[in-house]
Every structure is written in C-alpha cells, then in structure tokens.
Design a protein around this ligand. Structure first.
Ligand SMILES: *Cc1c(COP(=O)(O)O)cnc(C)c1O
Length: 369
C-alpha cells in the first residue's frame, strides 16, 4: 500500500527513545506487575481525563466488564448498548450474565440516540453503555438525565475516544465511570493489550482495584470473587512515555479530518461524518458511507490506499448472539451503517498531502460507480 490505513510502526518509532527508556527502566526494576509504573500512569491518565481515579486493567473489554460487575450487574439484568458498535461492548454485559439490549444510534453521528434509550428501559435495566464511536462523544447530557430519572448507572465505552471532548469535558469524566482500551491501534496504544477505568467514585475505584487483582487489596486477603485483569508495568511505562504527545497526535488527526471534510465535500452518494457543535472528536477513525462501499474500497485498494470496515457485521447478526433471536431487519439503522461504512486512512503520522491524495482518489472512484 502506498498509503497504509494506519502505520503503527511509524507512530511508535516517533518515540523510539522514550519507549526504549521506559522498557529498560522496567527491565532493570525487577518489578513487573502492579508497581510504581502502573501507579504513575494511573495518576497521569486520571489527571489528563479530569477524574479522581484511573485504574489500570488488562484490556478494554475487561474495563467495561469489571465496572458492570462492581455495580452488581448479573443474570436477569439488562444493559443498554448501541446496536452499532464493536462487539466488546455487548460482550461485557454478556460476561456478567446480563442481557445486552441494543438501541439504535442517531444515523448522522453513529452514536446512541437518547430519544430511543428511554423506550428500551424496563424494570430489569441496570446500566447504559454509550460508546464514543470513531472518537466522537455520544450525547451524554440527555443520557445522564435519563439515567438519573431511572436510577441507572452509565459507563462510557471510551475505547476509541482518548481525549475527545463533550461540551468541553473529556471522555472519561462524563459518566459514572468510563472504560478505555490501550490496544495498539487505539489513539493511545500500548505495545500489547491494556486498559483502564476512570471514575470520580472513590468507593467504586477501591472495589475495582480489588476486583482486578483476585478480589484482594491486601496480599492473601480476598474480599470478593475477583479476577486477574491487571495492566502490567511494561505497558504502563510505555503508556506513560506516550501520553505526553497524545494531545499533539490528536491535533494532527483533527487537521487531517479537516482536509478530508473540505476535499470530500459534495461527492454524490458519499456521506461524511457529522460533528454536532458540542462535540470535539479525536478522529480515531474517519468514516464515510457509500451505498457501494465494497466497490469504493476495491477501487481504493487498487490505487494503493488502505481502508477498513468498522464493522462489517452488526453484533445482533453475529452467530455469537443467535440466541437473542434478532434477525435481519430488526435494527435497520445499524444494519445500514454496517453495510455502508468505510474507514479512510487516518493517523498521526499521515501527511496532509496523503489526505489530499486519498480524497482525490475517492472522488475519482465514486464518480465511476
Ligand atoms: C477496542 C474496543 C474495545 C475493546 O478493547 P480491547 O482492549 O480490545 O478489549 C471495546 N469497545 C470499543 C468501542 C473498542 O473499539
């Protein structure tokens, strides 16, 4: 590919010295799990998000799952999730023994539609998991208002939205708790798996520190049926090395998105991202829609331009969720999104010239469809 979808190697090599130093520091410390590197990263990440606490965990799925678990979500309970998301959001509810209850998004923003959430609430509903999809925050104010009126908990799925702002506040500081993933391809990515939970709730933070570590705060004293879901020292040290440049990297993504917005405007059949005035996205992905998505992707691939589909199959149509009996046509907005979306190249090492080249190729290929 002459323009790759995402050049992870280039992104990490921009900080080769800082990352090598961090790795060497951990190697030489002789301490590899739950130590001062994790503590330091937790403090730095909480401060960056604007929350009292951050709790490092093994991955983003666990981050959502552990919060639901700490809230006591279990069999017979329902958890409201977007009908269009990465399946991890649903799996977190399922792993608690609860039922994920899908709600359709706003077609323009791809994020959970507050107007539809209330209709999905039943006596069994315990929590809502809005996803800040593609790096843009969900409309949190009405969601928090609904949650307050129905005594529900809200955990943000911020896996794609490190640093995104909603009415000036950062993702992570918008719900009762928030879950983040540091999977290598995310805006803040480790060199392996990692995750974190942010919250202002002292009691929840305490509970989560135990839950991630065998239900133990004090070695060999187990207060709950816990898990082994820890961020390791090596990944924490690497994340601490990368966090200081994240704002700059997100700004570079924003500049590329602005180029795409301008260069892709007015192409017949091409739907561009919609950004409400209260949103400040971090462009984890720049996602367009086209009825002939596959042909567009093929044309771009032939031009040497990498694209991906996030995501090709809606969770309710996955074999994993066949038991829910939700057949095709049940969530038409999500199904259309999954059929038509295409993610264009986007990342902090991509150049403005490359964005222009991608946009010109899209225009040329779309005109011939
Ligand atoms: C990546 C992602 C997750 C899961 O994170 P992992 O660290 O891979 O477990 C959850 N939700 C969304 C929206 C994601 O993009």
């Amino acid at each position: 590919m002459s323009i790759p979808f995402l050049d992870l190697k280039a992104i990490n090599l921009e900080q080769e010295d800082a990352i090598e130093q961090a790795m060497r520091r951990v190697l030489r410390s002789g301490w590899y799990v739950l130590g001062k590197e994790v503590e330091a990263f937790e403090q730095a990440y909480a401060a960056w998000c604007g929350t009292r606490h951050a709790i490092g965990v093994a991955n983003g799925l666990d981050a959502i799952f552990l919060v639901l678990k700490a809230w006591g979500v279990g069999p017979g309970d329902e958890v409201i999730v977007p009908s269009n998301t990465y399946i991890a959001t649903w799996l977190a509810a399922s792993h608690c023994g609860a039922t994920p209850v899908p709600v359709e998004p706003v077609a323009g923003t791809y994020n959970l539609d507050p107007a539809r959430v209330e209709a999905a609430i039943t006596a069994r509903t315990r929590a809502i998991v809005p996803v800040h999809l593609y790096g843009q925050c969900a409309d949190m104010a009405p969601l928090m208002d609904i949650a307050r009126r129905h005594h529900l908990k809200v955990v943000e799925d911020g896996a794609q939205a490190h640093g995104a702002r909603y009415r000036g506040r950062r993702a992570g500081a918008l719900g009762h708790a928030a879950a983040f993933s540091f999977y290598p391809g995310k805006n803040l990515g480790a060199l392996g798996d990692g995750g974190a939970i942010t919250t202002d709730d002292d009691a929840l933070a305490r509970q989560l520190r135990a839950l991630r570590n065998y239900g133990s705060q004090k070695k060999y004293h187990n207060e709950s049926i816990g898990f082994n879901s820890r961020l390791d020292e090596l990944q924490a040290a690497i994340l601490s090395a990368k966090l200081p440049v994240l704002d700059d990297q997100n700004a570079r993504r924003r500049a590329l998105a602005a180029i795409y917005d301008a260069e892709l405007a007015g192409i017949p059949g091409l739907v561009l991202p919609v950004v409400p005035e209260w949103a400040e996205p971090v462009w984890h992905l720049y996602v367009v829609r086209h009825a002939q998505r596959d042909a567009l992707a093929k044309g771009l691939a032939e031009a040497g331009i990498g694209t991906l589909v996030h995501y090709p199959i809606a969770p309710h149509l996955q074999p994993a969720y066949a038991d829910l009996g939700m057949t095709e046509g049940r969530f038409p907005i999500a199904e259309t999104i999954h059929r038509e979306v295409l993610s264009l190249p986007m990342g902090p090492t991509m150049t403005a010239a490359q964005a222009v080249e991608v946009a010109q190729a899209v225009r040329r290929i779309a005109a011939a469809l």
